[in-house]
Design a protein around this ligand. Structure first.
Ligand code: FES
Length: 236
């Protein structure tokens, strides 16, 4: 512990944070897993998906945007918050068209991995089966809007060499949809296209021509459940 460390608790466990750290960052540093979907380390947090919701003094807040303060008592893995997270996951599944067994991202998908963690079986909400389109009009990337969860990671993180955004959200409300700038996307290198796919937490952005290079069963979350690396203190 240093002089500037901030003391706080998560579910009663004593933790330390560095000044400026968010609850999510400090929790991770202390080996406590808080699930995230719209958050991606290195990108400015937007707090849009609310899967990381925790409770402090009766107030609900997004752990990925809320800084830790001295003496904060954070509630995280408590039954009602965990059930709220499970409900959010279920909402994301019924709101899109997710067919995990036939998805290239299966085993690397954070939404699928969270569904396993929260033991989602039959969603409590009715399926909406929206009609959504696929954009395969760029050389290296396929954009499948059926799986988009509107986390904005691609909008924030995929940039052309001159800094322009390759992806954007258009329309509003129930019509909100992700668009790709085909001209900018056509200039992405193979590595940048791969990074765009990896940035997407689901299978909405896929790298063309390399499907199933790693067989299902040998992928990230096939080896270890989501969150287990944080709980073991070895990563995400
Ligand atoms: Fe915090 Fe999405 S991860 S709001």
């Amino acid at each position: 512990m240093t002089e500037t460390d901030i003391r706080f608790t998560i579910d009663g466990q004593a933790c330390l944070a560095k000044p400026g750290q968010t609850i999510y960052e400090a929790a991770k540093a202390n080996g406590v897993y808080i699930p995230v979907l719209c958050h991606f380390d290195g990108l400015k947090p937007v707090g849009s998906c609310r899967i990381c919701t925790v409770r402090v003094a009766g107030r609900y807040m997004a752990a990925c945007t809320q800084p830790v303060t001295e003496g904060m008592a954070v509630e995280n893995a408590v039954p009602d918050l965990e059930d709220m997270r499970k409900a959010l996951i279920e909402m994301l599944f019924v709101e899109g068209n997710h067919f995990c067994p036939s998805c290239e991202k299966s085993g690397n998908c954070e939404l699928q991995a969270l569904a396993y963690r929260y033991q989602v079986m039959v969603p409590r909400f009715p399926y909406l089966w929206p009609v959504r389109t696929v954009d395969a009009g760029t050389p290296l990337i396929m954009l499948d809007r059926n799986r988009c969860i509107q986390c904005l990671r691609c909008v924030r993180g995929v940039r052309a060499k001159d800094g322009r955004k390759v992806f954007a959200m258009v329309e509003r409300g129930a019509h909100l949809t992700v668009e790709v700038d085909r001209k900018l996307a056509a200039r992405l290198s193979e590595e940048e296209a791969r990074e765009a796919m990896d940035l997407c937490p689901v299978g909405a952005i896929l790298r063309k021509e390399t499907g199933f290079a790693v067989p299902i069963g040998k992928r990230k979350y096939d080896h270890a459940p989501i969150g287990s690396a944080v709980e073991k203190g070895t990563g995400r």
